[in-house]
Design a protein around this ligand. Structure first.
Ligand SMILES: Cc1cc2nc3c(=O)[nH]c(=O)nc-3n(C[C@H](O)[C@H](O)[C@H](O)COP(=O)(O)OP(=O)(O)OC[C@H]3O[C@@H](n4cnc5c(N)ncnc54)[C@H](O)[C@@H]3O)c2cc1C
Length: 491
């Protein structure tokens, strides 16, 4: 970091009252009519450097900094924003990098409204009119992108090779984070990935209009420069065993995510034209040569696409569908069907609004009861049953209750099941790992599993969650692995 980067006690006191009057800066987005005709990121960011610096100045540098506590990786947000407002963009980016392996990703797709920005003191003032929180996510993106465009993250002088080696299963945010921390400590790292390219859900899930693929690709290139090796098209448990990995490596990290798409278990679910969410998203967002052979056939949408589910994955599916139908010159209808009401929808309001602006229809209080097909085996309709809300369930949300006799058919030529993701139970059970429904039990301090030298973190421990929580888990597991390897060397 340059001499400009200052710890909190060295930063001059700011005039907080004055800062409350600095106007929030506009974050530009592509218009809805324009963006459905391309796959580019919807959010464009601040007008220029000056606007980003002014937005950073809205941070009142409060000593309590609840934004840090609300961040799963505890980024020093006031410290980074101070450097940004001084124009020290690289220092600001490096402050984020002290605690996060992917500020360029988290800045774009973290649900900041319930993390850092949700706890921002500026946004939580009881003022009329209300003051928006400092737009921390977009400022994080701004400095991380500036750094990517100006030489990339610093490449540390690597220590002498340790002679030790780590295997990493899965190349999503968790696996990449562990790979980076292990490589920087001088260990040899090989990442084994089932898909043809590394990146996990950053590549094979999250659409380009939220996160351009070049962001994940730049991260992989950086890791390759650190010496990390990637072995793709290799499924752990099928193409390579734990015993083989333990033969070659001194420690193993399992970062295989929670990628088993939940099914509804309904009659007709195997009809042609019905896709699991990931199978649909990858066909829409990637080229055939980036996909395994069985997923290369492109999706062609007809008059009615129905996406079932109300979370963020569902929003990614409907917005992918809108782009596919618009860009094919069609005007197919795209509907999102959810069994509760909008108030209970689990995903981000911002994503829902994006979908609404782009022309997606929402049907609430409807649950699928079966799928109907034609004689050739293609889906033609979904039978839904109407629901009403009953008492709250364990999640605190009101439970949907079926209204008897309300079954009705909704025409559909494509259906996407976006019902959530599960852990890989057969894999966990087959390895003898302690787990619950495929989610691995790990030591809360070190990420160690019940098998010696085998660590885990990310969605395969927490269940389907967030990029930033996967990074936090992986950081903890990397520390555990480094201690484990150091202890092994000392033996
Ligand atoms: C469609 C979608 C949209 C999302 N949007 C957001 C968002 O906007 N913001 C956000 O914060 N989070 C979002 N998430 C969640 C986020 O992507 C995950 O929480 C995060 O990627 C988890 O990281 P991970 O490394 O644990 O797992 P993953 O990213 O799932 O990576 C696991 C990797 O392991 C590989 N793998 C699995 N099994 C094996 C095996 N047996 N052998 C070898 N490799 C294997 C997989 O192919 C994958 O590459 C989204 C998730 C989805 C599905």
């Amino acid at each position: 970091m340059s001499e400009g980067a200052r710890v909190e006690s060295e930063r001059p006191k700011v005039d907080r009252k004055l800062r409350f009057h600095i106007p929030a800066q506009t974050i530009f987005k592509q218009d809805a009519a324009e963006r459905v005709c391309n796959w580019n990121e919807v959010t464009l960011g601040f007008a220029d450097d000056g606007a980003a610096r002014t937005e950073a100045e809205r941070c009142i540098q409060c000593p309590a900094a609840p934004c840090i506590k609300a961040c799963p990786v505890q980024n020093d947000i006031p410290g980074a924003l101070w450097e940004l407002e001084q124009g020290n963009y690289l220092d600001a980016a490096n402050i984020f990098r002290l605690t996060s392996s992917m500020p360029e990703v988290c800045g774009r797709i973290c649900p900041q409204e319930r993390l850092c920005e949700g706890s921002c003191v500026v946004g939580n003032q009881k003022r009329v009119p209300p003051t928006p929180p400092v737009r921390i996510g977009r400022l994080e993106t701004f400095v991380a992108d500036y750094q990517r465009d100006n030489g990339g993250p610093p490449k540390p002088a690597l220590p002498e090779p340790s002679g030790r080696s780590a295997a990493v299963i899965g190349s999503g945010p968790a696996g990449l984070t562990v790979a980076e921390d292990m490589a920087k400590a001088g260990h040899r790292v090989i990442v084994y990935e089932a898909w043809p390219k590394p990146g996990g859900i950053l590549l094979y899930g999250i659409p380009n209009f939220k996160l351009d693929k070049s962001v994940a690709e730049a991260k992989i290139a950086y890791l390759e420069e650190l010496g990390v090796e990637f072995v793709c098209n290799t499924r752990f448990g099928v193409d390579i065993s734990l015993a083989a990995l333990q033969e070659e490596h001194d420690a193993v990290f399992l970062g295989h995510g929670a990628s088993i798409g939940a099914s509804a278990g309904l009659q007709g679910e195997d009809l042609a034209g019905i896709y699991a969410a990931t199978d649909f998203l990858v066909r829409g967002n990637l080229h055939g040569d980036e996909l395994p052979d069985d997923k290369r056939e492109p999706v062609t949408l007809g008059a009615n696409t129905v996406v079932i589910g109300g979370g963020d994955t569902s929003m990614d599916c409907v917005r992918t569908a809108i782009r596919l139908t618009t860009q094919a010159g069609g005007n197919g209808k795209v509907s999102c069907v959810y069994r509760r009401t909008e108030a209970e929808m689990p995903g981000r309001a911002e994503e829902r609004n994006h979908a609404l602006q782009e022309g997606v229809d929402f049907l609430f209080l409807e649950a699928p009861s079966r799928f109907v097909g034609d004689p050739a085996g293609y889906v033609t309709a979904v039978e839904f049953v109407r629901m009403e809300l009953g008492e709250p369930d364990a999640s605190g949300r009101r439970r949907p209750v079926t209204i008897a006799g309300s079954e009705h058919l909704v025409p559909a030529d494509t259906v996407v099941m976006a019902l959530g993701y599960w852990g890989d139970e057969p894999l966990a059970a087959g390895l003898g790992l302690n787990h619950k429904y495929g989610l691995l039990a790990v030591d809360s301090e070190t990420g160690a599993t019940n098998l010696p030298g085998v660590f885990a973190g990310g969605d395969n421990v927490r269940g389907a969650d967030l990029v930033v929580t996967a990074i936090a888990e992986a950081k903890r597991a990397a520390r555990g692995m480094l201690e484990y390897l150091a202890a092994e060397v000392a033996k």
